[in-house]
Design a binder for this molecule. Sequence first.
Ligand SMILES: CC(C)(COP(=O)(O)OP(=O)(O)OC[C@H]1O[C@@H](n2cnc3c(N)ncnc32)[C@H](O)[C@@H]1OP(=O)(O)O)[C@@H](O)C(=O)NCCC(=O)NCCS
Length: 141
Amino acid sequence: MDRTPLPPDETVLVRAYRPDDEDALFALIEREGEEWKDYWQGSGRAKYLTALTGSIVDVLFEGDELCGYVRSRDDDGFGVYILDLLVDQRHRGKHHGRRLMEHVCQQHPDDDVYVTSDVDPYYEKLGYTREGTVFVVQRRP
Ligand SMILES: CC(C)(COP(=O)(O)OP(=O)(O)OC[C@H]1O[C@@H](n2cnc3c(N)ncnc32)[C@H](O)[C@@H]1OP(=O)(O)O)[C@@H](O)C(=O)NCCC(=O)NCCS
């Protein structure tokens, strides 16, 4: 896979999340339904808002429509960990996911950047190399 970054696209804007993005971001997450329900259902929304506040969050817009986002955490110089990546179903296949991933790398040029994967074929397609595995150590009651 060619790892040359995507060329700029003037129809797409990626910028840092702002509190006034909250409703559009949660509408996007809710459209994912069951699989993302921990983040939006019941007390999940308030918990996830706290997580957003403690994370680096970037949002992608086409015009004024929020089409995707990426959430990561910086381990204080020991790597940036991408924890969530989501592109609206109606806007998939336009390289928005890849653009968000590249944005994180561009924002942290001197850091290792890792992603916790639920979709290995996607990250393989983007040319990333596998390193390590995540184990479940404990499940909440
Ligand atoms: C995975 C996801 C972020 C991809 O977003 P996207 O914007 O549609 O993907 P891109 O357009 O950046 O895809 C880049 C390339 O990967 C390919 N691709 C997309 N999804 C893929 C998948 N699941 N498996 C393998 N390849 C995939 C695309 O065809 C594209 O190939 P190309 O460069 O030859 O055109 C999106 O499907 C999504 O939000 N899924 C639900 C949430 C999720 O699984 N998030 C990731 C785990 S946390």
